[in-house]
Design a protein. Structure first.
Length: 257
């Protein structure tokens, strides 16, 4: 049975900020001040303290890239279903990037966007979790940060394997217009999730999975091993095979590329 529509469009309103520490931090502050409206996109022309996965930073050049956060209320999802939203964002971002960068665009588990072997985008979702009586938790807000290298062509020396749409295509892009288009892609994919469930999105995610069916070197604690990337299951776990099948949660294993 179809789930109810969210009742708002992602990317509306679209708010441009000249400079912030982090669009996710700004969005969280708006939520805690009761000033946030579901569906809002906060786009920054400059971000001076961007955040990446697992405490890493996201370095980005001023007025060159997509730096944005969309806030929404994922009321139809349970807290344990967070990967459904993560995959939804990844598939939407993949769709936009493939349009301009072509078929070499891939989704690297859990939620990076790659072109060939270079990272061109990343996603960081932070959540506001509430509590009801009897100790049950509610997923009150999702704060979805998306960074895409658009027109930047030089990257810090410590950032390996980075790329941008301009490097790939040789063209200059309007980052704000591209961010608005990404919001439209995300809105469509999110509606697909709400109305048709997760199965179609998970299939898309796995169809465009980086290094799928290829042998990759991984590291878990002090153990380094090679395994074939198989797919990602509905819980967001990476499934690999090397004689035996192993399943890893996010953070349990590192890619050695």
């Amino acid at each position: 049975m179809p789930l109810p529509s969210a009742g708002y469009s992602l990317g509306s309103p679209f708010i441009e900020l000249q400079s912030v520490d982090s669009t996710n931090n700004y969005a969280l502050a708006q939520i805690h001040a009761n000033l946030a409206q579901p569906g809002t996109c906060y786009f920054a022309h400059e971000q001076i303290a961007g955040k990446g996965q697992r405490g890493k930073s996201w370095a980005t050049e001023k007025d060159a890239n997509i730096i944005m956060t969309v806030v929404l209320k994922p009321g139809f999802l349970q807290v344990f279903q967070q990967f459904q939203l993560s995959a939804c964002v990844a598939v939407a971002t993949y769709g936009l990037l493939k349009k301009y960068a072509g078929a070499s665009t891939m989704i690297k588990w859990p939620n990076d966007l790659y072109w060939e072997n270079n990272k061109i985008g990343g996603i960081l979702i932070e959540n506001v979790i509430g509590k009801r009586r009897k100790g049950t938790t509610t997923w009150d807000w999702a704060v979805i940060g998306i960074g895409i290298n658009v027109n930047q062509t030089q990257f810090p020396a410590d950032i390996k394997k980075a790329g941008s749409l301009k490097q790939i295509t040789g063209k200059e892009f309007d980052a704000v217009a591209l961010a608005r288009e990404l919001c439209e892609c995300f809105d469509g994919t999110y509606k697909k999730l709400t109305h048709s469930g997760f199965g179609l999105i998970l299939n898309e995610y796995n169809n465009h999975l980086y290094k799928k069916n290829e042998i990759v070197k991984f590291k878990r604690d002090n153990r380094v091993f090679k395994a074939t990337v198989k797919n990602v299951n509905e819980n967001g776990q990476l499934i690999v095979e090397h004689g035996v099948e192993e399943t890893f949660d996010f953070g349990e294993v590192e890619w050695v590329l």
